[in-house]
Design a protein around this ligand. Structure first.
Ligand SMILES: [Zn+2]
Ligand SMILES: [Zn+2]
Length: 285
């Protein structure tokens, strides 16, 4: 792997993968190769996202091992039932790490509810949603205390997620990742000072709505991500996704925004550096 130096101009437009799950077992056998391919494709920084405390700790270890990997720490709403009563002490501890750039992914996810199974009732759904809201609240508090921004995951829960984030606006910002909502909802996100990020869905034949939303998003208000191992862009759709594929996502994004790759690179990297100030902590530890 070629060492990177920041003062040498890069021969191609560079991008960041602001949302990857590098700690997943999908990469257990070839992670150094995955990271080398990202560098070769010009994807110079990768944020590995935590989904519970163990996954968050693994993300931190990866950030310690690979100079261009950074970590976000958090507990995913779909895993809420397994969360401890109080997540805050463990998160505060992890948040101090120089390469922990954000709290995430956190939020609300109502896509699957307990009552889908016959043994559960509406009361179980209410308890599940309450537990999600409780841990989301705790993590927003840690974000506000530590001055870290948040990576927001929401699915079928946009209004509740926005309502819970709103009281924190002005202290912390969120990036609504894998954004697939309407232009109207995009405006609601931007109004509270938050941002959005877009995945490989931009390249899908049926991704028209997402492209329309990107077209309406100001050039300095969004970032790019893979959400790998999920959502591989065309022409890799259906395969394991990896950070190098931000390249394919960026090509479609530049077409949608009607700008050059260089302009898209400058805008999205600047947005990410401002949103995640600790991304500047490039050196290995
Ligand atoms: Zn997510
Ligand atoms: Zn994710």
């Amino acid at each position: 792997m070629m060492p990177l130096t920041l003062n040498r101009p890069h021969p191609m437009p560079v991008f960041y993968d602001t949302h990857a799950h590098l700690d997943y077992p999908d990469y257990a056998n070839d992670l150094p190769d995955v990271i080398a391919r990202a560098e070769a494709a010009g994807i110079l920084k990768i944020i590995s996202i935590g989904t519970n405390l163990i996954s968050s700790e693994r993300a931190v270890r990866l950030a310690e091992k690979f100079p261009n990997v950074f970590a976000a720490i958090g507990w995913h709403p779909a895993e809420a039932p397994k969360a401890p009563a109080d997540l805050r002490p463990a998160l505060r501890e992890l948040a101090r790490h120089p390469k922990v750039v954000a709290i995430g992914e956190i939020g609300l996810d109502y896509h699957h509810l307990p009552s889908e199974k016959p043994e559960f009732t509406a009361a179980d759904d209410a308890r599940y949603k309450q537990k999600q809201a409780d841990i989301f609240q705790q993590q927003l508090e840690v974000a506000a205390e530590t001055g870290l921004n948040c990576i927001i995951h929401q699915r079928d829960a946009f209004d509740d997620t926005l309502a819970q984030l709103k009281p924190f606006a002005g202290r912390i910002r969120g990036v609504f990742h894998c954004f697939g909502e309407s232009v109207e909802r995009l405006k609601q996100v931007l109004e509270i000072g938050s941002l959005v990020s877009f995945t490989g869905i931009l390249t899908f034949k049926n991704g028209r709505n997402v492209r329309d939303t990107l077209a309406a998003t100001p050039l300095d208000q969004f970032m790019l991500e893979t959400d790998c191992p999920y959502l591989a862009p065309v022409p890799y759709r259906g395969q394991r996704c990896e950070p190098a594929y931000v390249k394919e996502i960026s090509e479609v994004a530049a077409q949608v925004k009607n700008c050059s790759l260089e302009e898209l690179s400058a805008a999205t990297c600047k947005t990410a550096q401002e949103f995640f100030p600790k991304l500047r902590n490039q050196q290995p530890l």
